[in-house]
Design a protein around this ligand. Structure first.
Ligand code: AMP
Length: 371
């Protein structure tokens, strides 16, 4: 099958790398004018002039980037199967829709308000109690389009700095850790779940994901599996879905946001699980049986952000795998990641600290669990 991918960044690159062994070919449609996949055939189409050419080449369409016009996805659906569907994309690119879906399915989320002016933002901050996090309803990712308010007086500045006409304001959650669950649903409705990962963010950008977790109670994994299964079934979803959650001290989980695609917090599966999220996404959208999601060893994904490090020294660490994205260095840009495997979490921590010393921009590792 020739797989059509909307978007042409590193996620598309890794999809293609996983798909060649299955005999797939890839055609990317890039609407940004700056593709980086560096693999397959890339159609650069910032002015929506080459859709017909793209459609002629592909058998099935998926995406690696959800901030696309929903109309474009709906139009493509008239001609070729699209997985996940435009319904999923519409929900995931709009925080109001996403929260409404969580509420409808009784999936707990932080308390929130929707506001359309600086005055309403100040009032919401008063009602929810500061600190609060204000987020643009659309187009936010990697902490962009967000501001934390420690007092309602900051509403005017926060409103101006975000510069959107509609915001979600959320109570600031005093979480023990951030976690994510990745699941895959096949065309026949079969669902498989990966072990949950703990995610460390700095400045809104993911830095480290570790999985499986040594202290995660089975009941917490089962809770997350249940939440994501409801979302998958409700959206009649096909492919990989990622759900980011906050975990409180008592083990309870609050949904933060979801992504209708392969996700950075699932990159550890490329080396640490029996079947990677990328391969499983491709299996799902082609109607093939899903692969085992079993973890092979304690694994940590280390993101390389902004500047690359000493790659030869990183590769000298036993069971460290470097995945570079063929992108130029730029502050805040995701350039590569390293998956490190170890026999124990203590050994994993030691290896990840070695990675950190070899990466100029890597923050110190802070895992919530003690070893
Ligand atoms: P998001 O784009 O919604 O994933 O937010 C980016 C990051 O901001 C998250 O990974 C958290 O570290 C932090 N954050 C977002 N919302 C909240 C919240 N309600 N309470 C505490 N931290 C938050």
């Amino acid at each position: 099958m020739n797989i059509g991918v909307l978007g042409a960044g590193q996620l598309g690159r890794m999809l293609a790398l996983a798909g060649y062994p299955l005999g797939n070919r890839f055609t990317f449609l890039d609407t940004t004018g700056s593709p980086s996949a560096g693999i397959g055939e890339v159609i650069v189409d910032p002015h929506n002039e080459h859709l017909a050419t793209f459609l002629e080449k592909v058998d099935v369409v998926t995406y690696e980037f959800e901030h696309l016009p929903v109309e474009l996805v709906r139009e493509i659906e008239q001609h070729k199967p699209v997985y996940p569907s435009s319904k999923a994309i519409a929900v995931c690119q709009n925080r109001v829709e996403e929260k409404a879906l969580f509420d409808r399915l009784a999936i707990p989320t932080p308390a929130y308000r929707v506001v359309e002016s600086a005055e309403a933002l100040a009032q919401a901050a008063e009602e929810l109690g500061c600190p609060v996090v204000a987020k643009s309803v659309t187009e936010g990712y990697d902490g962009k389009g967000q501001a934390v308010l420690t007092s309602a007086d900051q509403a005017g500045d926060a409103w101006a700095s975000i510069g959107h006409s509609q915001l979600i304001v959320e109570a600031f959650v005093d979480f023990v850790r951030e976690v994510s669950i990745i699941a895959v649903r096949g065309r026949d409705g079969e669902v498989v779940f990966y072990p949950m990962a703990e995610n460390q963010h700095e400045g809104g950008i993911l830095r480290y994901s570790v999985a499986p977790l040594p202290d995660l109670d089975d009941s917490v994994q089962a809770l997350a599996d249940g939440y994501i299964r409801q979302l998958l079934d409700e959206l009649d979803y096909v492919g990989v879905l990622a759900l980011e959650l906050f975990q409180a001290k008592d083990g309870s989980l609050l949904a933060n946001e979801m992504a209708p695609r392969v996700h950075n917090s699932g990159h550890w599966t490329m080396d640490g699980a029996a079947t990677s999220q990328f391969e499983n996404h491709l299996r799902a959208i082609q109607g093939l049986p899903l692969g085992s999601t079993e973890a092979m060893a304690p694994t940590c994904m280390v993101n390389v952000i902004g500047r690359e490090g000493d790659n030869a020294a990183l590769l000298a660490i036993p069971h460290a795998h470097l995945h570079r994205y063929d992108k130029g260095e730029r502050a805040g840009r995701k350039l590569a990641h390293i998956n490190v495997l170890a026999d124990s979490h203590a050994e994993l921590l030691e290896k990840v600290r070695r990675c950190q010393t070899l990466l100029p921009e890597a923050p110190s590792v802070k895992w919530s669990f003690t070893l």
